[in-house]
Design a protein around this ligand. Structure first.
Ligand SMILES: [Zn+2]
Ligand SMILES: [Zn+2]
Length: 194
């Protein structure tokens, strides 16, 4: 009996005891492979996150959080500027009978568009080549490409042309807003896990 015990003990030393317990496996996670909670032995590989930037839908983690925060600030600036632009565009109706005032109002709006364009450009740059940000990037690019021409001249034709461009700008901006809402929701969800 003593001999058997000795053999068992030496076997145990040789094999690192793994044969003497039943592994208690914890399922693989985004950054940990399937792991035995008793001995730390692993099997297979970590699952990896479901995205390279933004919300990981498996662990609810926020990937590239610093970058996401920078993009959020640009988005906030952009949305504030667009709110101002929309307010001023609504006021245009009051100047319809006065081309001087109408033109002045457009000049003011164009100044704001300059700032909106700059924010959109920054958002596009920050999104880089991240797969998780590719949708936001393409929607921001579509809005960027549709921004009305700032070089409006003081003529009825030019102003009408600007108004047409302004109206056409609504679609890509609304698409961008939808994507921004999804983006903000993702960050909100991830914030429960920080
Ligand atoms: Zn084990
Ligand atoms: Zn994850």
């Amino acid at each position: 009996m003593k001999k058997i015990l000795l053999v068992l003990i030496s076997l145990c030393v040789l094999s690192g005891c793994s044969s003497l317990h039943t592994h208690q496996w914890e399922e693989a996670t985004c950054d940990q492979p399937k792991t035995c909670s008793k001995c730390g032995e692993t099997e297979g590989e970590a699952l990896g996150h479901t995205t390279d930037a933004g919300l990981c839908t498996r662990c609810n983690g926020l990937l590239e959080a610093d970058l996401i925060n920078k993009i959020e600030r640009k988005i906030s600036n952009f949305c504030n500027t667009m709110d101002n632009i929309n307010d001023e565009a609504n006021d245009l109706q009051y100047y319809v009978d006065n081309m001087d005032l109408f033109y002045l109002e457009i000049a003011g709006i164009n100044g704001r568009f300059y700032s909106a364009t700059s924010n959109l450009g920054d958002i596009i740059d920050l999104c880089g080549n991240y797969q998780g940000l590719s949708n936001l990037k393409s929607k921001a690019q579509a809005a960027f490409d549709a921004i009305p021409d700032g070089n409006v001249e003081y003529s009825e034709y030019s102003i009408n042309n600007w108004v047409d461009q302004f109206n056409a700008y609504n679609d890509p901006v609304n698409n961008l807003y939808d994507t921004i809402n999804d983006f903000e929701n993702e960050i909100y969800q991830a914030s429960f896990n920080i």
